[in-house]
Design a binder for this molecule. Structure first.
Ligand SMILES: [Zn+2]
Length: 119
Protein backbone atom coordinates (compact mmCIF):
# COMPACT_ATOMS: atom_id res chain seq x y z
CA UNK A 1 0.00 0.00 0.00
CA UNK A 2 1.31 3.41 -0.88
CA UNK A 3 1.96 5.65 2.01
CA UNK A 4 -0.19 8.75 2.04
CA UNK A 5 1.51 11.73 3.64
CA UNK A 6 -0.07 12.58 6.98
CA UNK A 7 -1.46 15.95 5.90
CA UNK A 8 -3.26 14.40 2.93
CA UNK A 9 -4.98 11.63 4.81
CA UNK A 10 -8.68 11.97 5.05
CA UNK A 11 -10.52 11.04 8.17
CA UNK A 12 -13.38 8.88 6.97
CA UNK A 13 -16.86 9.40 8.32
CA UNK A 14 -16.11 12.78 9.75
CA UNK A 15 -18.27 15.58 8.53
CA UNK A 16 -16.68 18.97 8.59
CA UNK A 17 -18.14 20.96 11.45
CA UNK A 18 -20.79 23.37 10.31
CA UNK A 19 -19.86 26.94 10.95
CA UNK A 20 -22.81 28.79 12.37
CA UNK A 21 -23.46 32.39 11.63
CA UNK A 22 -23.63 34.60 14.69
CA UNK A 23 -27.40 34.79 14.78
CA UNK A 24 -27.68 31.02 14.47
CA UNK A 25 -25.32 30.16 17.31
CA UNK A 26 -27.79 30.94 20.07
CA UNK A 27 -30.31 28.46 18.67
CA UNK A 28 -27.89 25.63 19.33
CA UNK A 29 -27.08 26.57 22.89
CA UNK A 30 -28.33 24.56 25.82
CA UNK A 31 -29.72 27.77 27.29
CA UNK A 32 -31.96 28.39 24.29
CA UNK A 33 -33.09 24.76 24.22
CA UNK A 34 -34.20 24.92 27.85
CA UNK A 35 -35.69 28.35 27.46
CA UNK A 36 -37.60 27.38 24.36
CA UNK A 37 -38.88 24.17 25.93
CA UNK A 38 -40.15 25.99 29.00
CA UNK A 39 -41.71 28.76 26.94
CA UNK A 40 -43.56 26.25 24.79
CA UNK A 41 -44.80 24.47 27.91
CA UNK A 42 -46.36 27.73 29.01
CA UNK A 43 -47.75 28.52 25.56
CA UNK A 44 -49.26 25.39 24.14
CA UNK A 45 -51.08 26.75 21.09
CA UNK A 46 -50.06 28.27 17.81
CA UNK A 47 -50.89 31.99 17.99
CA UNK A 48 -52.30 31.89 14.46
CA UNK A 49 -54.13 28.59 13.97
CA UNK A 50 -54.31 27.24 17.56
CA UNK A 51 -52.55 24.00 16.62
CA UNK A 52 -50.96 22.16 19.53
CA UNK A 53 -48.32 20.15 17.72
CA UNK A 54 -44.93 20.99 16.37
CA UNK A 55 -44.63 24.39 18.00
CA UNK A 56 -41.69 26.69 17.55
CA UNK A 57 -40.88 30.11 18.91
CA UNK A 58 -41.12 32.86 16.38
CA UNK A 59 -39.21 36.09 16.82
CA UNK A 60 -41.43 38.90 15.56
CA UNK A 61 -38.33 40.81 14.55
CA UNK A 62 -36.06 38.08 13.18
CA UNK A 63 -32.88 37.65 15.19
CA UNK A 64 -30.86 37.62 11.98
CA UNK A 65 -31.70 41.26 11.48
CA UNK A 66 -31.12 42.18 15.11
CA UNK A 67 -34.34 41.12 16.84
CA UNK A 68 -34.02 40.37 20.56
CA UNK A 69 -33.37 36.68 21.14
CA UNK A 70 -34.48 36.30 24.76
CA UNK A 71 -37.01 39.11 25.13
CA UNK A 72 -40.51 37.64 25.35
CA UNK A 73 -41.87 40.85 23.87
CA UNK A 74 -40.26 39.70 20.61
CA UNK A 75 -41.70 36.19 20.80
CA UNK A 76 -44.74 34.29 19.70
CA UNK A 77 -45.39 30.56 19.70
CA UNK A 78 -46.34 29.30 16.24
CA UNK A 79 -46.70 25.87 14.72
CA UNK A 80 -44.11 24.99 12.14
CA UNK A 81 -46.40 25.48 9.09
CA UNK A 82 -47.50 28.94 10.28
CA UNK A 83 -43.92 29.80 11.13
CA UNK A 84 -42.61 28.91 7.70
CA UNK A 85 -45.47 30.80 6.11
CA UNK A 86 -44.66 33.87 8.17
CA UNK A 87 -40.97 33.59 7.43
CA UNK A 88 -41.79 33.11 3.73
CA UNK A 89 -44.00 36.20 3.71
CA UNK A 90 -41.24 38.19 5.35
CA UNK A 91 -38.82 37.10 2.68
CA UNK A 92 -41.39 37.87 -0.02
CA UNK A 93 -41.77 41.36 1.47
CA UNK A 94 -38.05 41.83 1.43
CA UNK A 95 -37.79 40.65 -2.17
CA UNK A 96 -40.75 42.70 -3.35
CA UNK A 97 -39.26 45.82 -1.87
CA UNK A 98 -35.79 45.27 -3.17
CA UNK A 99 -33.96 45.35 -6.45
CA UNK A 100 -30.54 44.26 -7.58
CA UNK A 101 -27.63 46.62 -7.83
CA UNK A 102 -24.92 46.47 -10.50
CA UNK A 103 -23.21 43.67 -8.58
CA UNK A 104 -26.36 41.57 -8.34
CA UNK A 105 -26.78 42.27 -4.62
CA UNK A 106 -30.11 43.28 -3.13
CA UNK A 107 -30.79 46.86 -2.19
CA UNK A 108 -34.11 48.39 -1.10
CA UNK A 109 -36.28 49.96 -3.79
CA UNK A 110 -36.80 52.99 -1.59
CA UNK A 111 -34.07 54.39 0.53
CA UNK A 112 -34.95 53.18 4.05
CA UNK A 113 -34.46 56.61 5.61
CA UNK A 114 -32.89 59.86 4.73
CA UNK A 115 -30.68 61.70 7.11
CA UNK A 116 -31.51 65.27 7.82
CA UNK A 117 -29.56 67.71 5.75
CA UNK A 118 -29.05 65.26 2.92
CA UNK A 119 -30.67 65.79 -0.45
ZN1 LIG B 1 -50.32 27.45 13.23
Amino acid sequence: MPIIPKNERKRPGRKPRRIYKDYEKDYHSQFWRNFSKKYRQDHRHCAICQAEDDLVIDHSIPTRIGGAMYDIRNMAVLCRPCHSKKTGDEMKDIYMNSKKNEDGELIPVKKPYTSRGQP
